[in-house]
Design a protein around this ligand. Structure first.
Ligand code: PEP
Ligand code: MG
Length: 546
C-alpha cells in the first residue's frame, strides 16, 4: 500500500468537471477482506448452523426468483435459478465448506472463500467455455452466501458518505443504480472507456469521472483526499497545498464558463447560419428529467428504461411500469419524448433475469433480439407506451435493430395492441441505428421507422470492432474516429425526409458538433448537464459548410 503524498495520475477523462472529496473504495464483496477467524472444536456445530442458516436464506431467494421467472418469463430462465439451487446443495461445494470448517477449524466465510478459490482454479484450468461459465455461477452463489453470512440486506453503494469520490475497479449497471446522486461527487474507475456505462452514468449525474488504468486500491485508503479533473483526466491522491491551490483556480474557471452556458440554457440553439437544432436530453429516471428541464432541454431524446428494471427486485407489472414511466416523463408533457424499449442482455444483465450464458454477450441476444424471444415482456411495454401516448407526444424507440423484420414485428404488435386497447393515438415508431447492418439497410428499416436516432456508443464498438468497456482497446474505441462520421453521413444521405438524431455520447463532444451538423444531423440528445454546453457549441457552429 502506497501512502505517498501528492500522487498525481493521468487517465482518460470521461465526464467533464472538477471535484474533490474523500475516497470511498467500492469493492466487490468477493474481493473484500472478509471476516475470517479460527474457531474452537466446540464451536463447530454452531458454525455449521450459521452456514446452514445462510444456505436456507439463499435457497429461499433462489426459489422466489425461479417461481417469478416461471410466471413472468419462461421455464428456461427459471431453470437457471433452479440450477443455482442444485449447485448450492452440491456435495463438492457445500460438503467442501463443511469439511473446511470441521477439519481446519475456520469460520464459514474463510471456509467458503477457500472452496471458491479451489473451484475457480479447477474450472478455470479447463479450456471449455462451459466450465468457465460455471465458475461465474459459483462466484455468484458465493456472493449471495457471503452477503447472507454478513447480514447484508442493502447494497454498500446506497450508504456512502456525503462528498465521496467513488473509487472502483469497475461498476456494473446493476450496481450504479444504487449510487446516490447526492453523495458521490466524482468517480474514478480502473476499467472502462468513454462509451462504458459507468462513464455514461457519470455524465448523466453531472459529476466528473476519470478512468485510471492502475491499481487504485493499492494507492488509496478510504477517506483519503482525492482531486478529480474530468477535463484533463487527472487524479491527485492526498494532494499537497500547491496542487490544491491550482485545482481551486481551475475549478473556478470551469465553473464560471459553465455558469455562462447555463444562463442561456433556456434559449433555443440556433446555428450561425440560422438553423434551429433541438437539443434533447438522455435520461434514466425522474431526477434526470428534472435536471434536463432545469438545463433547458427541448425534449427527451432517449429515455433508457432499463434503469427502472435494474432497480426492481422482480419483473415489473404493467401498471407499475406505467406509473413509473408516467412520473419520469411528466416534466416534459407537451414536448417530444422518445422512450426506448428495454435494452438489456449482454452488457446490461438484470439481476432477476439471469439469461442463459452466451460466449460473446455484446454480439449476442440484446435489445430487440431478446424482446422478440420474450414477447410477453415486449407486449407489456408496448401497452404502457400506448397508454402514455394518450397524453404525450411519444416516440417508441427500438434498440439494436439489425434486420427489417424486427421493426415489422414491433409495428404489427403495436397495431394489434392499440386495437385491443381501443386507442387511436399510436406513438411514432423510431429505430436506433447502432449496428452496421442498420446503416446499410436504411431503406428497409425506414419502411417502419418514422424517426431515427444514431446510437454512436454501440455503433462505434461494432464498426471499430472494439468493446466499449475494454480498457485495452480504449484507444481504438473512439467515437470521433472518421469511420463513425462516415457512417453518420451515410445514414443522413438516405434519410428520405426523416428526422435524424444522434443520442450516443458523440453528440456531447463539443468539437464534433459542427461536423455532425454538416453531415446532416438535425437533432442532438445528450446527458442533462451537457445540454447548456452543447447549445453553446451549436450557436458557434455553421450547419452548412461555407
Ligand atoms: C448508444 O449505443 O449509443 C446508446 C445511446 O445506447 P446505450 O449507450 O444505452 O447502449
Ligand atoms: Mg446502445
Amino acid at each position: 500500500m502506497q501512502t505517498q503524498e501528492n500522487l498525481m495520475l493521468t487517465g482518460v477523462p470521461v465526464s467533464p468537471g472538477l471535484a474533490s472529496g474523500a475516497a470511498f473504495l467500492f469493492q466487490d464483496i468477493l474481493e473484500r477482506e472478509i471476516r475470517a477467524y479460527s474457531i474452537e472444536p466446540h464451536q463447530v456445530d454452531s458454525e455449521h448452523a450459521r452456514l446452514q442458516g445462510a444456505v436456507e436464506d439463499v435457497t429461499g431467494d433462489l426459489r422466489r426468483a425461479a417461481d417469478q421467472m416461471e410466471t413472468d418469463i419462461d421455464a428456461a430462465v427459471a431453470d437457471i435459478f433452479r440450477a443455482h439451487e442444485l449447485m448450492l446443495r452440491d456435495e463438492e461445494f457445500l460438503g467442501g465448506i463443511r469439511k473446511e470448517i470441521e477439519h481446519d477449524l475456520v469460520n464459514s466465510e474463510r471456509a467458503l472463500q477457500r472452496v471458491l478459490r479451489r473451484l475457480k482454479r479447477d474450472f478455470g484450468s479447463r479450456r471449455s467455455e462451459f466450465f468457465r461459465l460455471r465458475a461465474d455461477d459459483i462466484e455468484d452463489l458465493g456472493r449471495r452466501l457471503l452477503r447472507s453470512l454478513a447480514g447484508i440486506r442493502s447494497h454498500s453503494l446506497e450508504r456512502i458518505p456525503l462528498g465521496s469520490v467513488v473509487v472502483a475497479k469497475r461498476l456494473m449497471p446493476s450496481e450504479t443504480v444504487f449510487l446516490s446522486r447526492r453523495s458521490a461527487v466524482a468517480l474514478v474507475t480502473q476499467f472502462g472507456g468513454t462509451g462504458s456505462h459507468c462513464a455514461i452514468l457519470a455524465r448523466a449525474m453531472g459529476i466528473p469521472a476519470v478512468i485510471q488504468n492502475s491499481d487504485l486500491f493499492q494507492m488509496l485508503t478510504s477517506g483519503d483526499e482525492v482531486l478529480v479533473d474530468g477535463l484533463r483526466g487527472q487524479v491527485v491522491i492526498r494532494p499537497g497545498p500547491e496542487a490544491k491551490q491550482n485545482f481551486h483556480v481551475e475549478r473556478e474557471h470551469y465553473d464560471r464558463k459553465h455558469a455562462e452556458a447555463v444562463s442561456r440554457a433556456a434559449e433555443p440553439a440556433v446555428t450561425r447560419d440560422g438553423y434551429r437544432i433541438p437539443v434533447l436530453a438522455n435520461i434514466g429516471c425522474r431526477e434526470d428529467a428534472e435536471k434536463a428541464l432545469e438545463n433547458g432541454a427541448d425534449g427527451i431524446g432517449l429515455y433508457r428504461t432499463e434503469t427502472f428494471y435494474l432497480a426492481c427486485d422482480e419483473l415489473p407489472a404493467e401498471d407499475k411500469l406505467f406509473e413509473e414511466y408516467e412520473s419520469v416523463i411528466e416534466p416534459f408533457k407537451g414536448k417530444s419524448v422518445c422512450v426506448r424499449l428495454l435494452d438489456i442482455g449482454g452488457d446490461k444483465p438484470l439481476p432477476y433475469l439471469p439469461l442463459p450464458p452466451e460466449p460473446n454477450p455484446n454480439l449476442g441476444r440484446r435489445g430487440i433480439r431478446l424482446l422478440l424471444d420474450y414477447p410477453h415482456v415486449l407486449q407489456t411495454q408496448l401497452r404502457v407506451m400506448l397508454r402514455l401516448a394518450r397524453d404525450h407526444d411519444l416516440t417508441v424507440v427500438v434498440p439494436m435493430v439489425s434486420r427489417k423484420h424486427e421493426m415489422k414485428v414491433v409495428r404489427k404488435m403495436l397495431l394489434v395492441l392499440a386495437d385491443e386497447l381501443g386507442t387511436e393515438r399510436i406513438p411514432r415508431l423510431g429505430a436506433m441505428i447502432e449496428t452496421p447492418a442498420a446503416v446499410f439497410l436504411m431503406d428497409e428499416i425506414l419502411e417502419d421507422a418514422e424517426f431515427l436516432t444514431i446510437g454512436t456508443n454501440d455503433l462505434t464498438q461494432f464498426i471499430m470492432a472494439a468493446d466499449r468497456e475494454n480498457p485495452f482497446v480504449a484507444t481504438i474505441y473512439r467515437d470521433s474516429h472518421a469511420a463513425i462520421l462516415k457512417a453518420v453521413s451515410c445514414v443522413c444521405r438516405q434519410k428520405k425526409g426523416r428526422e435524424i438524431a444522434v443520442c450516443g455520447e458523440l453528440a456531447a463532444e463539443l468539437n464534433q458538433i459542427e461536423p455532425l451538423l454538416q453531415a446532416g444531423i438535425g437533432t442532438l440528445s445528450v446527458a442533462p448537464p451537457m445540454v447548456p454546453l452543447v447549445k453553446q457549441s451549436v450557436r458557434a457552429a455553421q450547419a452548412k459548410p461555407v
